[in-house]
Design a protein around this ligand. Sequence first.
Ligand code: TYD
Ligand code: MG
Length: 455
Amino acid sequence: MAKAKTVFFCQSCGHQSPKWLGKCPSCNEWNTFAEEVIQKETSRNTLVDFSLSRNSIPKQIKNIQIENEPRIDTKNAELNRVLGGGMVPGSVILVGGEPGIGKSTLMLQVALKLQGLNVLYISGEESEQQIKMRAQRLGDGNPETFILTETSVQAIFGHLKNLQPNVIIVDSIQTLHTDIIDSSAGSISQIKECANQLQQYAKITNTPIFLIGHITKDGQLAGPKLLEHMVDTVLQFEGDRNYGYRILRAVKNRFGSTSELGIYEMRNDGLREVSNPSEILISHRDEQLSGITIAATMEGLRPMLIETQALVSSAAYGMPQRSTTGFDSRRLNMLLAVLEKRSGFRLASKDVFLNIAGGIRVDDPAIDLAVVSAILSSNEDLPVSQKVCFAAEVGLSGEIRAVSRIEQRITEAAKLGFEKIFISNYNYKSLVQKNNNIQLVPVSRMEDVFRALFG
Ligand code: TYD
Ligand code: MG
């Protein structure tokens, strides 16, 4: 009997090696190599019928017709937004996220909403009954959605041939296995081969496929790099389990921007789309508290008003602590240094804690002014009115800098009932049209802001 051929795969990045290695030369992770059997190479390529393939002949670029990339509406506005306007036929979309975050719920909800299309939901994780129970919980949907509980890729391809679905959802890629390879389901070589075959199927038949993927403890998609290269779009479903809401973001997208966010709220009857995110990102309180300000930020093309909370207190130990959630801690240190050096506020001996409400992460520099104002508000123990918001960057010399898309931020703030917005003087001067529903407060230095807020 021929000896089984085995190779070692890095479980983190999929790097292949003929012998065991302590450290992966590709991703530098330690102790990630595992042995996997690869054999039966002979039966390769028997699954996908290449005669189905369109004739591919070399064409001059001028002769290539651009058809308006037709998109399939997912009937889920937030998902459409993240995908860049809907599913592209023949694309493979990987949806990653921690266990229990709601990947299966989201995809089943999409499957049930796609009325008029032939949708196949393949589950290797739950039984038909469990899926039916979940579907009932989600409420009415397309009764014609097909459910298949199967993990063998060979068997799945058999069903695909008969059913010819318009959209396929696989929950999850780690549960699939193909007979071509001997190693167990979930191993790197299995994931790679199964994803490869599904990818070929998608391209040949022009069917969009969603692959659900698990994330390992340290936040990596199992077999991450290798899957990321193979698929067209990688979506990450994240959120704090203590908060009801979830954020869907594109990490990679061949057919759209990666700066868009989709926001959902997990409820008893499934995921609700949150079309106005500011409603959940600003806590509604009756009393005025110090240390809380609102920033008019942008996520992709969407304006969002977000609450920033700061707590400044005298350091209990010699070394003052600086701690942030949802904000870059180095940037906080920089802003504190600017306040200390340029504006003369004494914060060096204080503990500073900063929190972006709602468990989301903000990288938009326009949040700077709100962060700084929240710190000053907490330091002075004087509240900032809830009707005031901020949109400006703070520079190293304490100057208030202009930010992009200021009109959109102002319009959103006015729409949500804010009475005043602090913006950079430079932005103010360049405004073509002033919004009459909100008072604009142009500022050029930190001191102006302090004076306007606290007198
Ligand atoms: P699930 O979609 O199974 O997560 P994943 O596939 O990412 O592992 O979601 C599981 C969680 O969602 C579970 O803790 C219960 C919760 N949930 C609701 O709160 N409401 C609902 O309607 C459903 C279906 C689930
Ligand atoms: Mg699941």
